[in-house]
Design a protein around this ligand. Structure first.
Ligand SMILES: [Fe+2]
Ligand SMILES: [Fe+2]
Length: 135
């Protein structure tokens, strides 16, 4: 059972953001499957893939914010940076001898992504749509 499902209410009205959010959700589902199945050797590759896609997505959003003169850029970027720190910390913890796969990370990621998309990214999406409408 996939952990996360896309639904139209998650759309932020900006195509590249919606596409990338769907990709991130797939990668969270992949990671969740590896954690649930206890496939320890697959957890780090799944996590690395998610980290790469997340960094790229955040960079794309931050470039968009800068280009559009979005005044909440710093605040939004702080949320992105905090998540990347959490993901890196978790990746480092998998190297500990007593580390055991569990779904705390994927459950946390699900909540984080949904909240971030519905609050911060929707706010950004609305701003970008407004900029487009004025051009
Ligand atoms: Fe986003
Ligand atoms: Fe964001």
């Amino acid at each position: 059972m996939p952990l996360m499902h896309w639904s139209p209410n998650l759309s932020v009205g900006v195509e590249f953001m919606d596409t990338e959010h769907q990709q991130l959700m797939q990668l969270v589902n992949q990671l969740h499957d590896e954690l649930t199945a206890g496939r320890e050797g697959q957890v780090v590759p799944a996590l690395e893939a998610l980290l790469r896609a997340t960094r790229e997505h955040f960079e794309n959003e931050e470039r968009t914010m800068a280009d559009a003169g979005y005044r909440h850029l710093e605040q939004h970027k702080r949320l992105h940076d905090a998540l990347l720190d959490e993901l890196e910390e978790f990746r480092d913890r998998t190297a500990d001898e007593d580390w055991q796969p569990g779904t705390e990370l994927s459950d946390f990621l699900k909540d984080w992504l949904l909240e971030h998309i519905l609050e911060s990214d929707k706010h950004l999406g609305g701003f970008i749509e407004g900029v487009g409408a004025r051009v």
